[in-house]
Write a protein that binds this ligand. Structure first.
Ligand code: COA
Length: 419
C-alpha cells in the first residue's frame, strides 16, 4: 500500500535509550517521522545487549522498541561529535532524550543552547521526577516509578507486599504521554513558529493512570470505608487506600475466577464483572434463575456482603468449562468478561495478528523474523507498516552525508572515533 504518512517530513533526533524514550519515538516513527537514533559508538543503546536470545544479535528488548528508525553512532562528548549534533539540531524538528538528570547539560546541550541553535526545536524529555521535585536528581527505572507514582501501594493482595505491574506503567506509558506532548507542541509551533520544551516525569505518568486510587483516598478520608473493596464489610480499613487484589476499580464488582483446569494451568481463569443493571442476565447465565428477582440478590447493596459467595457460586458453574467456553457462553448474556490470556496465547492470537497489533518483522542481524507489537492506534486511512530496528550505526554514513559531510570528512570522523 502506498500511503502518505501523516508525520512524513518531521525530523526527530532520537537521543533515547532503554524503554521510556524509545517507546515514544517508535510510535512517531510508525506514523512517518524520520527518527534518527543517536547511539554511542561501539556499544549503542544498552538494550541491544540485554537478555539476548541469539548470540551477537540485537536483543528483542531493543528490536521491539526501535522499529522504523535509523541508527547513527556519535560520541557527543568529542568536539567533532558535538559539531555533528549541532548540525542535526539546526535542521531537525524534535529532539527526544531520557538521560539521567543533568546529562544533556553536562554534554553542553542545555535548553538555552538548543534554542540558540534552533528556535523552532521541540525538546522533549523523560525524567523520573518533575523539575523542582525534591527527588529530581534521582535516576529512575520502571519499578521505581511504579512505587513513586502510587501504583505499587495499591496493587496486589492485602496480605502481601506492595506489588509492581508487568505493564510498563513507568516506561512505555510515560513515552506515550511524551508523544502526545510532542504532537501538541508541533501543532503549537504551526501557530507561533516557536518550539518549546516538553517534559514528562515517570512518577506523574504513573499517577495519571492511578487517579481512581487518588479518588479512593479522598472517599476513605471522608467515609472511613470503601464499600467496593474486598475488605468491606468483613475486614478492616486503615487511613490509606488498601490493596484490593483483583477487585474492580470502578463502580462494579469483579474478580478473577477459576475455570476448568486451573489446578495445572496458571492462566485457566476469566475476569468476571457484575454490572449493577445486568443482574438478571448473570443469574440466568449461571443457571440461578431464582436469583434474578430475589430481593436478597437483585440490588448492588443486597449483593455487597455476599459478593464472594456469589463469585464462589459462579466458580462452581465454571468448573467444567474452559475459560474460552465460559466466555463464549457469557458473551451471549452481554456480561463484561474475558479469558486471562497467557503471553503464549497472545503471541498466537489470530485476531491480534489480523489487526496488526502483533506483527512479525524480518531482521537481517538476527537472521530470522521477530515478533513485536504493531500500532495499537487504528486509523481509517493509515496502516503503519512495521519495519526492522536498525543495526548499530547502520545509517551513520548516509545521515552524515545528508548533513553535508564529504566522503573524506566522514572517513575522518570514523578514524577519530567520533562516529
Ligand atoms: N555519546 C557520548 N556520551 C553519551 C552518549 C553518546 N552518544 N549517550 C549517552 N552518553 C552519556 C551521557 O551523557 C551520560 O554522561 P554523564 O552522566 O557522564 O554526563 C552517560 O552517558 C550516562 O547516561 P545516563 O542516562 O545517566 O545512563 P545510566 O545508564 O547511568 O542511567 C537511567 C540510565 C535510565 C537510569 C537514566 O538514564 C535515567 O534516569 N533516565 C531518565 C528516566 C528514564 O527514562 N528512565 C527509564 C528508562 S526506561
Amino acid at each position: 500500500m502506498s500511503q502518505t504518512l501523516p508525520l512524513a517530513g518531521i525530523k526527530i533526533i532520537d537521543f533515547t535509550h532503554v524503554q521510556a524514550g524509545p517507546a515514544c519515538t517508535q510510535l512517531l516513527a510508525w506514523f512517518g517521522a524520520d527518527v534518527i537514533k543517536v547511539e554511542r559508538p561501539g556499544s549503542g543503546d544498552v538494550t541491544r545487549n540485554q537478555l539476548r536470545d541469539i548470540p551477537d544479535a540485537d536483543a528483542l528488548y531493543f528490536t521491539m522498541l526501535n522499529s522504523n528508525k535509523r541508527s547513527l553512532t556519535l560520541d557527543t562528548k568529542t568536539p567533532a561529535g558535538k559539531e555533528v549534533l549541532e548540525r542535526m539540531i539546526k535542521e531537525s524538528d524534535v529532539m527526544v532524550e531520557n538521560f539521567g538528570p543533568g546529562a544533556l547539560d553536562r554534554m553542553g546541550f542545555s535548553w538555552a543552547r538548543i534554542q540558540e541553535l534552533n528556535p523552532g526545536m521541540i525538546m522533549a524529555s523523560v525524567k523520573g521526577f518533575s523539575e523542582g521535585h525534591h527527588y529530581e536528581d534521582l535516576k529512575v527505572y520502571e519499578n521505581v516509578a511504579q512505587c513513586a507514582g502510587g501504583a505499587a501501594s495499591t496493587t496486589g493482595f492485602w496480605d502481601g507486599p506492595p506489588t509492581v505491574s508487568a505493564a510498563a506503567l513507568g516506561d512505555t506509558n510515560t513515552g506515550m504521554h511524551l508523544a502526545i506532548g510532542i504532537l501538541t507542541a508541533l501543532m503549537g509551533r504551526q501557530k507561533t513558529g516557536k518550539g518549546q520544551k516538553v517534559a514528562v516525569a515517570m512518577q506523574d505518568a504513573v499517577l495519571n493512570l492511578c487517579r481512581v486510587k487518588l479518588r479512593d483516598q479522598q472517599r476513605l478520608d471522608k467515609l472511613g470505608v470503601l464499600k467496593e473493596y474486598p475488605q468491606y464489610p468483613h475486614g478492616t480499613f486503615t487511613d490509606v487506600v488498601p490493596r484490593g487484589g483483583n477487585a474492580g476499580g470502578g463502580g462494579q464488582p469483579g474478580w478473577v475466577l477459576k475455570c476448568k483446569g486451573w489446578e495445572t494451568d496458571p492462566n485457566a481463569y476469566i475476569y468476571f464483572t457484575v454490572q449493577d443493571h445486568a443482574w438478571p442476565p448473570i443469574a440466568h447465565a449461571i443457571g440461578k434463575d431464582e436469583w434474578a428477582n430475589d430481593p436478597a440478590y437483585n440490588t448492588p447493596d443486597a449483593r455487597q456482603d455476599k459478593i464472594f459467595d456469589i463469585f464462589a457460586t459462579i466458580e462452581d458453574w465454571l468448573k467444567d468449562k474452559t475459560k474460552f467456553e465460559a466466555v463464549d457462553i457469557l458473551r451471549k448474556f452481554d456480561i463484561p468478561c474475558a479469558p486471562v490470556m497467557s503471553m503464549k496465547e497472545i503471541a498466537n492470537d489470530p485476531s491480534l495478528r489480523a489487526s496488526g497489533s502483533i506483527v512479525e518483522v524480518e531482521h537481517k542481524g538476527r537472521g530470522e523474523k521477530y515478533l513485536t507489537v504493531g500500532s495499537p492506534i487504528k486509523f481509517s486511512d493509515l496502516k503503519p507498516e512495521i519495519t526492522a530496528s536498525p543495526l548499530l550505526g547502520e545509517h551513520t554514513d548516509e545521515v552524515l552525508a545528508s548533513l553535508g559531510y564529504s566522503k573524506e570528512e566522514i572517513a575522518a570522523l570514523h578514524t577519530s572515533k567520533a562516529v
